[in-house]
Ligand binder design. Structure first.
Ligand SMILES: Cc1cc2nc3c(=O)[nH]c(=O)nc-3n(C[C@H](O)[C@H](O)[C@H](O)COP(=O)(O)OP(=O)(O)OC[C@H]3O[C@@H](n4cnc5c(N)ncnc54)[C@H](O)[C@@H]3O)c2cc1C
Ligand code: FES
Length: 255
C-alpha cells in the first residue's frame, strides 16, 4: 500500500505521562501486517512538521480488524500526534518494511528496550497461537517505562528495570541466556549492539530493528540510509526499503 490514506482514530489510550496508543480499524491492514512492518504517519501540516514519522505495528486485534500503534512522546511530531483524539483522521502509509524472521527450529528470544516493545506485542501473540517456543525480555529504566504488563503476563515475559522497582534489577543483557537461539531485538542502538555482541560467538542468529530518521519511508530520499555490510562491501542501505530488520552481523555498529 504505497499511498497515504486517511484513517480515523477509533480509540486512544494514555500510558502514564509520555506513552500513548492510537487504534485504527482497517481490515486490509490487519490481514497483511506482520511484526517488523511499520507505518509512516503525517503528524503536521505542510508548514510545520512536514515529514511523516515512522511507527511500528504494535498490537493487532484481527477479529475486530483493529490495529494499534504505541509511541513515546519525544519531540514535536509525537507531541502533535499525542494531541489527536478519537474520531480525528490521520494520514497513514503502510504497512511498509520487512518482517522479523520467526524460527521454528530454535527457541526464539525477543529482547525489547523501552518503546522497542512495540513489534513484540503482536509477535508474542502470533508465536503463542502457533505454539512456537519463545521468551520475551523487556527492560526499562523503571516500572513507569514498562507498559502492557497485563497483556504480557499471558506470555513467558521477564521484566527488568534498572532501578529494580519492578521485575529483575539491572540491565537486560545481564539476564540473557547463553546458548543458540533465534534472537530478535528492538530498542536503543546501544542495547541492540550489546545483545548482538553477547551472541556473536554462538550459533545464534540476531536480528535487529534499526531506527533512523526517515524522510519519505518509500525509498526515494535516502534520508534513512545506514552503513550495512553487503556482499559487495559496506554500502549505505535504506532502512525503510531493505529493513528495518537486519541481521545484526551485517550492521556497522561502531560509528
Ligand atoms: C522503523 C521505525 C519504527 C519506529 N517505531 C516506533 C514505535 O513503534 N514507537 C515509538 O515511540 N517510536 C518509534 N519509532 C521512532 C519514532 O519514529 C521517533 O521517535 C519519532 O519520529 C520522533 O519524532 P518527533 O518529531 O516527536 O521527534 P523529533 O523532534 O524529530 O526528535 C526528537 C528526538 O528523537 C530523536 N529521533 C527522532 N526520530 C528518531 C529516529 N527515527 N531514530 C532515532 N532517534 C530519533 C531526535 O534525534 C531527537 O533527539 C520508530 C522509528 C523507526 C525508524
Ligand atoms: S526514508 Fe526516504 S529513503 Fe528511506
Amino acid at each position: 500500500m504505497r499511498k497515504y490514506r486517511k484513517l480515523k482514530i477509533t480509540d486512544k489510550k494514555r500510558w502514564g505521562n509520555n506513552y500513548l496508543s492510537l487504534f485504527f480499524e482497517d481490515k486490509e491492514i490487519t490481514d497483511k501486517v506482520f511484526p517488523g512492518n511499520f507505518f509512516m504517519i503525517k503528524v503536521g501540516n505542510f508548514y510545520k512538521n512536514i515529514l511523516p514519522r515512522p511507527f511500528s505495528i504494535a498490537r493487532v486485534f484481527p477479529e475486530k480488524s483493529v490495529f494499534e500503534i504505541f509511541f513515546q512522546v519525544v519531540g514535536d511530531g509525537t507531541k502533535i500526534l499525542s494531541e489527536y483524539n478519537e474520531g480525528d483522521e490521520v494520514e497513514i502509509l503502510g504497512p511498509v518494511g520487512n518482517r522479523f524472521p520467526v524460527n521454528n527450529d530454535k527457541k526464539n528470544i525477543l529482547v525489547a528496550g523501552g518503546r522497542g516493545i512495540s513489534p513484540f506485542l503482536y509477535l508474542s501473540k502470533i508465536l503463542k497461537s502457533e505454539n512456537i517456543d519463545f521468551t520475551l525480555f523487556y527492560g526499562g529504566k523503571s516500572e513507569k517505562d514498562l507498559m502492557f504488563k497485563d497483556y504480557l503476563s499471558e506470555f513467558d515475559t521477564i521484566f527488568i528495570t534498572e532501578t529494580g522497582d519492578f521485575g529483575q534489577k539491572g540491565l537486560i543483557t545481564e539476564y540473557l541466556p547463553e546458548g543458540d537461539f533465534n534472537i530478535m531485538t528492538c530498542g536503543p542502538d546501544i542495547m541492540m549492539k550489546k545483545v548482538y555482541e553477547f551472541y556473536e560467538n554462538s550459533d545464534s542468529s540476531v536480528f535487529v530493528s534499526l531506527e533512523e530518521r526517515m524522510g519519505c519511508g518509500t525509498g526515494i530520499c535516502y534520508g534513512c540510509a545506514k552503513k550495512i555490510i553487503t556482499p559487495e562491501g559496506v554500502k549505505m542501505v535504506r532502512i525503510c526499503q531493505e529493513g528495518p530488520v537486519f541481521d545484526g552481523g551485517k550492521v556497522v555498529w561502531d560509528e
